[in-house]
Design a protein around this ligand. Structure first.
Ligand code: FAD
Length: 191
């Protein structure tokens, strides 16, 4: 297991955008997790799908093939940083400096443990499919994973030791954006 330096889990840039009370909501709404870890001094950030359930707010799940470099490193105890970002809008301003984005994001720090129990794996995969595809039910809309498929798929539970969330919402805030007579245009392109 590597020894990670203590995590800085305090939002210092734009602290007014801190949204830690919404961290679970953001994780529940997200689509892609960027999974950061280090092996032999080399940092990696690899995109993954993930499962998160607000009834177990200190945990998220990653899955893939047993040969996955990422999953093997995490299973071996590498410290992990998982970031989930949603871009909600492109913010344009009458001043160059104040162009921005509306977003919701969460940064989680923790460690992962493999889950081997087939029933637990089956349950996590069913909930994960339901999270991405609400209303899809095993046995009705798709066949559940077979025992062999479960064995062939690695599942890791990341225990979230600390997390922060941040959001930018609303209109541009440049010094000229409230002045319709000023040069240029401003607004938000929703995504
Ligand atoms: C939206 C999204 C969701 C995904 N969900 C999953 C998932 O749930 N489970 C899963 O196992 N995989 C998922 N993948 C694929 C994942 O990103 C990795 O490619 C895959 O897991 C192999 O990982 P590895 O650690 O074995 O990489 P390796 O094949 O060992 O990676 C070797 C090198 O390949 C490059 N590389 C790896 N992946 C990518 C990538 N996605 N894009 C560009 N370069 C890359 C990097 O340089 C990396 O260092 C997803 C990808 C995307 C984009």
């Amino acid at each position: 297991m590597d020894t990670a330096t203590p995590v800085n889990a305090t939002i210092r840039q734009h602290p007014e955008r801190a949204a830690s009370a919404e961290a679970g909501d953001f994780l529940a709404a997200g689509t892609v997790a960027h999974v950061g870890f280090q092996v032999d001094g080399q940092p990696y950030v690899i995109p993954f799908s993930y499962q998160y359930d607000s009834s177990a707010p200190d945990r998220l799940y990653l899955h893939g093939g047993h040969s996955s470099h990422t999953l093997r490193a995490l299973a071996a105890g590498a410290a992990v940083c998982v970031t989930v970002t949603m871009v909600d809008g492109l913010v344009y301003s009458r001043t160059a400096l104040n162009h921005s984005m509306n977003y919701r994001s969460v940064v989680c720090f923790g460690r992962a443990q493999p889950i081997e129990d087939p029933e637990q794996k089956q349950a996590v995969f069913a909930r994960m499919i339901e999270r991405y595809f609400p209303g899809r039910t095993a046995g009705e809309h798709y066949a559940p994973a077979t025992e062999a498929q479960l064995r062939a798929t690695a599942l890791l539970a990341v225990t979230i030791e600390s997390m922060t969330a941040k959001a930018r919402r609303g209109a541009p805030t440049g010094p000229l954006d409230g002045e319709p007579e000023a040069l240029g245009t401003c607004g938000v392109v929703p995504l």
